[in-house]
Design a protein. Structure first.
Length: 250
């Protein structure tokens, strides 16, 4: 079933969630983030599902949020947009079964956060991941920063947030942002094998393992939030980004 750019299909013990429509590198609208949160909560309520795979439509994972929604939005609307994103990430983190991100293309900005909210990340060798948000006047929230720091440590989190650099798959594995980097043509098969290993284990033990790791880890849902953007920098950055994109497309 597909609504608002999110599709879900359940086959046996595995739920496959596809984000985006293949357009705009799967940049998600506010309605898309809302739908993703609903889908994950529904999946979480199913006793039959023992693992979840999240992937992007087509050849990319997710380039973040659809910035065209912000071009004429007031600050209150922008703040609500970030709250909708965060609700989707928390729904993934609170899902009681393992969630695996299958990453092609780019996982950037909120797309990076989407990947980090998952339990495991498997990247195609040509894929890239990072948080190029500072140039847009977006203020990294403690929740955003803590996801980076939780998987890669404070030093890597600081460098990626300060520079906006995107890491390729081998570098992401070295930094701790990804679990595996595999040849592009083998990505889906590799993820299927990893998920099969998970679902072959007793489900109660796997759920308990996820709960135990979560209980022992500083989770983003436990940290406060602040303003999402620096207004002047944000509107200038969005305008420049959209103008550059439109020129490149023409």
């Amino acid at each position: 079933m597909q609504t608002s750019g999110v599709a879900v299909e359940i086959e046996g013990p595995v739920a496959e969630v596809v984000v985006g429509t293949g357009r705009r590198r799967n940049a998600m609208t506010g309605a898309g983030w809302d739908r993703l949160a609903v889908v994950l909560r529904n999946v979480a309520a199913s006793s039959a599902v023992r693992a979840v795979v999240v992937r992007g439509a087509g050849e990319t994972f997710c380039a973040g949020s659809d910035m065209t929604e912000w071009q004429d939005a007031d600050l209150a609307q922008v703040e609500r947009s970030f709250a909708r994103m965060e609700a989707a990430f928390r729904a993934i983190e609170e899902c009681p079964v393992p969630v695996v991100a299958e990453i092609r293309g780019a996982a950037a900005g909120a797309g990076c956060e989407l990947a980090l909210a998952c339990d495991l990340r498997v990247m195609a060798r040509s894929a890239r991941i990072g948080m190029p948000i500072a140039r847009l006047g977006i203020l990294p929230s403690p929740a955003f920063a803590s996801r980076l720091a939780a998987v890669a440590g404070p030093a890597v989190a600081r460098e990626l947030l300060y520079t906006g650099r995107l890491l390729d798959a081998p570098a992401a594995v070295s930094a701790g942002l990804a679990n595996h980097a595999v040849p592009d043509a083998e990505l889906t098969v590799y993820v299927a094998g990893l998920v099969a290993e998970i679902t072959d284990q007793p489900p109660a033990a796997v759920r308990a393992a996820k709960a135990a790791v979560t209980a022992g880890t500083w989770r983003p849902s436990r940290v406060p939030t602040g303003p999402a953007v620096s207004p002047a920098d944000f509107y200038a950055g969005i305008s420049a980004f959209l103008s550059h994109r439109d020129k490149a497309a023409s």
